[in-house]
Design a protein around this ligand. Structure first.
Ligand code: TPP
Ligand code: SF4
Length: 283
């Protein structure tokens, strides 16, 4: 196991008590257990408090538009299969602004790990409802209560047979570290949805609200059983099951595509004569 010091220690702009601190610590711990050095991984993100995660890590990083981290993350992995590619993203960034990229990435199944910092609110923009905010929640921009039903990321990911679907809580750091380790080790698209308090703008889903409800999934649960996984994924209330909900072994895109299976494009010699012939047709 590596020493987590190699990932650096940076001053953050997060509020004291924000769940992001524990997610960052667990992520460093997971990288150390996986023996991934800073030069061996790429951390991608969009916009939001969660998306600041790569700013506070020694790593290669891509930081783009809100909800747009997944396309570059997939491209980076396909271009450089030796790199470990991670994404940190908020519930708004992943399931709202980036919602269609989320669905497409599950279907495409590139070997990346997506960690969603799910605080059930838009944190960076001061507390508007996000796709996972509970129906009826009152916010500054929804003073009469949210009228939409919440998005269930676990049920959607399982319904679409994503390769690895897990949930954890920022107040269970050992559990969260283990979920990230398993997600990175599992080939294909891996999702870890991490429930986390936003101490400044979500006064409903607080640390103690999650602590009371988050309970490890029954050890008898078989994550390869799709029907059983759908049942576990649909539970979110007085009890919120945390752990590995679903696992699938569909080969990742890199292995399914003949051109990609032959190795990274940057290591191959292009057929310059053929490129020249194509260019001539535009002359
Ligand atoms: C396309 C687009 N829509 C809206 C915004 C404004 N915006 C910036 S951050 C943010 C919310 C971030 O919330 P979330 O993704 O849940 O992350 P958190 O800050 O809670 O970690 C919004 C709406 C934007 N930058 N771009
Ligand atoms: S506003 Fe909320 S999400 Fe943002 S740093 Fe503060 S506690 Fe965390």
């Amino acid at each position: 196991m590596l020493n987590t010091d190699i990932y650096g220690e940076f001053e953050t702009a997060w509020c004291p008590g924000c769940g992001d601190h524990a997610i960052l610590k667990s992520l460093k711990q997971a990288l150390a257990i996986l023996e991934i050095e800073p030069h061996q991984y790429v951390h991608c993100s969009g916009i939001g408090q969660a998306a600041k995660t790569p700013h506070y890590l020694r790593c290669n990083c891509f930081n783009g538009l809100h909800g747009r981290s997944l396309p570059p993350a997939q491209a980076i992995k396909l271009a450089n299969p030796d790199a470990t590619v991670l994404v940190s993203s908020g519930d708004g960034c992943s399931y709202g602004e980036g919602g269609n990229h989320f669905l497409a990435a599950i279907r495409r199944n590139v070997d990346i790990t997506v960690i969603v910092h799910d605080n059930q609110i838009y944190g960076l923009t001061k507390g508007q409802a996000s796709p996972t905010t509970s129906e009826g929640s009152k916010t500054k921009s929804q003073p009469w209560g949210v009228t939409n039903q919440p998005f269930n990321p676990m049920a959607v990911a399982v319904a679409m047979r994503a390769n690895f679907v897990a949930r954890s809580f920022s107040g269970m750091m050992e559990h969260l570290t283990d979920m990230i380790v398993q997600a990175v080790r599992h080939p294909g698209f891996s999702l870890v949805d991490v429930l986390q308090p936003c101490v400044s703008f979500n006064k409903i889903n607080t640390f103690s609200w999650y602590k009371e409800r988050c309970k490890p999934i029954d050890p008898a649960h078989d994550p390869t059983n799709w029907e059983a996984a759908m049942q576990v994924a649909s539970v979110f209330g007085q009890t919120i099951p945390v752990g590995v909900i679903y696992k699938n072994d569909r080969p990742p895109l890199g292995a399914r595509y003949k051109t990609l299976a032959a190795g990274p494009l940057h290591e191959r010699t292009p057929n310059l004569a053929a490129v020249e012939r194509i260019m001539q047709t535009f002359a």
